[in-house]
Design a binder for this molecule. Structure first.
Ligand code: PEP
Ligand code: MG
Length: 561
């Protein structure tokens, strides 16, 4: 039986048939001319027909889509028949350009024009470029880029997924995600956990599995097997039953002996927050505010920000909501804040550091958070991403207090912050460990790169020690400040036990993971969690740490986690 191994990033066992995500459409050669066998009139007719076909296909898909996916598809469908786009291309065909080259260049001009108009129009420029790829694919007779359209559920195999792919990913049709690239902290992993889909990343060779092949995916073990046997089919059936029982969270995180560990949700906006509240989240441990404004060319207005934040606060009356100020840069660029030409964006002006280059944006955001908080019953805490020094922490705390925000905190996701947490926590009220970036920076391994996935795991002894040091600084004399974890580590039930054993006070994760983490935590007394933390810390490698802890938590295997 042929099989592939990668890194399991979202549990679940499933059997299904493979659909490969089509490759990105390549640019037609510069200066490509009309073939001598074709007239300009014929090429124009072919181009118009291709554009119509693309529009019809997008319209049809938008009918069955919902939410953000529907809006994306509707906007793109409109753009496919845009008279300026098509007229521009026909003009170029009349000067001798091939249909593919003509639509390529015409779309580039339209996109640039929209971009220069700014605001809402600028945001449409990505739709034009998407439409362009679709029309070229239609002209070439190859599958359209993006998530494939299908009537039957399938297992999606791709290089990696971009944040924009989420909008058109229909969880009712996608059974599992498998990628050849990406790491445990990549967008594919985050998307999979948010949607509750089994997922394996960094699985080399899966790009060669033919469409329609039946495979068994084990999202905990990180394996993909072609032509599953009877045992694997039975394991997938058993998982379906477990998944149904795991959809319920009692709403109170605790160890077996009653040590309370509030389980909070990571959200990207009001819609997520409403779902998280319905799933029983005890509050929000991370509101990624940049997710409210991805693709924006201009800074959102005060009113826009107040509306976005208030939508989240209103979902959690009387509960804690931790707002993270804009973490623009690296894997989450915001055109109005970040410089796309930086040679090394992960080490560049990102997160809190954008206040050095774009002063005012953070102050206005804090004012918006304070205004939104005034009208709600949520207990609003605020934290800055990418804090590296105690001075930055103190400056941020002063800015928060100036804005009337009473509970300032920092993310600990840069090793320097973990190492100096005692001083940092002297000037703020809490810390939240961003283990995704903390791992990337401790291991000097880009969190998005598949080949570095083995380095990029929070089970690394170095990362566990940085977490231990952060907690030690938080309880040092005079401090006594709470420390949470809001990185993906909190959503791994085995690691969650270790984190609690290390002294972390709260865990924040995608709402989907709450019930599994709660179920496992509830089987372990605090002293046992502390012993397992020591086991993990003493292990010589990430794999050993994970294997040794998992071996002592048989409940994980029983539940298929
Ligand atoms: C982290 O780095 O762990 C984190 C929670 O922030 P993000 O994933 O948004 O960078
Ligand atoms: Mg981060």
């Amino acid at each position: 039986m042929q099989s592939f191994t990668g890194v399991g990033v979202s549990p679940g066992r499933i059997v299904g048939s493979v659909r490969q995500m089509p490759k990105a459409v390549s640019e037609p050669p510069a200066g490509e001319k009309l073939a001598s066998s074709t007239t300009a009139e014929d090429a124009a007719v072919t181009l118009r027909a291709a554009a119509k076909a693309v529009q019809a296909e997008l319209k049809q898909r938008s009918v069955s889509a919902t939410g953000a996916g529907k809006s994306v598809l509707e906007a793109t469908a409109l753009m496919a028949a845009d008279p300026m786009l098509i007229k521009g291309a026909v003009k170029l065909i009349n000067t001798g350009a091939s249909a593919e080259r003509a639509i390529w260049d015409s779309a580039a001009s339209v996109a640039e024009m929209l971009h220069n108009l700014g605001g809402y129009m600028a945001e449409r420029s990505t739709d034009v470029l998407d439409v362009r790829s679709r029309i070229v694919a239609e002209l070439r007779g190859v599958p359209a880029p993006g998530i494939p359209a299908a009537d039957e559920p399938f297992i999606l195999v791709a290089d990696d997924l971009a944040p924009a792919d989420t909008a058109t990913l229909n969880p009712a049709l996608v059974l599992a995600l498998v990628t050849s690239g990406g790491g445990p902290q990549s967008h594919t992993a985050i998307i999979a956990r948010a949607l509750g889909l089994p997922a394996v990343v960094a699985a080399a060779g899966v790009e060669d599995i033919a469409d329609g092949t039946s495979v068994f995916v084990d999202g905990a073990a990180g394996s993909i097997s072609v032509d599953p046997d009877a045992d694997q089919v039975a394991a997938a059936e058993a998982w379906a039953t477990t998944a149904a029982t795991l959809s319920v969270f009692s709403g109170e995180g605790s160890t077996a002996d009653g040590h309370l560990v509030p389980l909070l949700a990571n959200v990207g906006g009001a819609a997520d927050a409403v779902k998280a509240a319905a799933a029983g989240a005890q509050g929000v441990g991370l509101l990624r505010t940049e997710f409210c404004f991805l693709d924006r060319d201009e800074e959102p207005t005060l009113d826009e920000q107040v509306t976005a934040y208030k939508g989240v606060f209103d979902a959690f009356p009387g509960k804690k909501v931790v707002v993270r100020t804009l973490d623009a840069g690296a894997d989450k660029p915001l055109p109005f804040l970040t410089d796309a030409s930086e040679p090394n964006p992960a080490l560049g002006v990102r997160g809190y550091r954008t206040d050095f280059t774009s002063p005012g944006v953070l102050t206005r955001q804090l004012a918006a958070i304070a205004t939104a908080a005034e009208g709600t019953e949520a207990d609003v805490w605020v934290m800055a991403p990418m804090i590296s020094t105690a001075e930055e922490a103190a400056d941020f705390a002063a800015m928060c207090r100036e804005a009337g925000l009473k509970t300032p905190g920092v993310m600990v996701e840069v090793p320097s912050a973990a190492l100096t947490s005692e001083t940092i926590l002297g000037s703020v009220d809490f810390a939240s460990l961003g283990t995704n970036d903390l791992t990337q920076y401790a291991m000097a391994a880009d969190r998005q790169l598949g080949p570095l996935a083995a380095l990029n795991t929070p089970w690394q002894p170095a990362v566990l020690r940085l977490i231990q040091l952060t907690v030690a600084g938080s309880v040092a004399e005079g401090n006594n400040k709470p420390v949470g974890v809001c990185g993906e580590a909190a959503a791994d039930p085995a690691l969650a036990v270790v984190l609690v054993g290390l002294g972390v006070n709260t865990l924040s994760m995608t709402a989907r993971a709450l019930s599994a983490v709660a179920a496992v935590l509830a089987t372990v007394p605090l002293a046992e969690a502390q012993r397992l933390a020591a086991v993990a810390l003493a292990a010589p490698s990430a794999t050993e740490a994970r294997d040794r802890v998992r071996a002592e938590l048989p409940v994980l295997e029983e539940m298929g986690l």
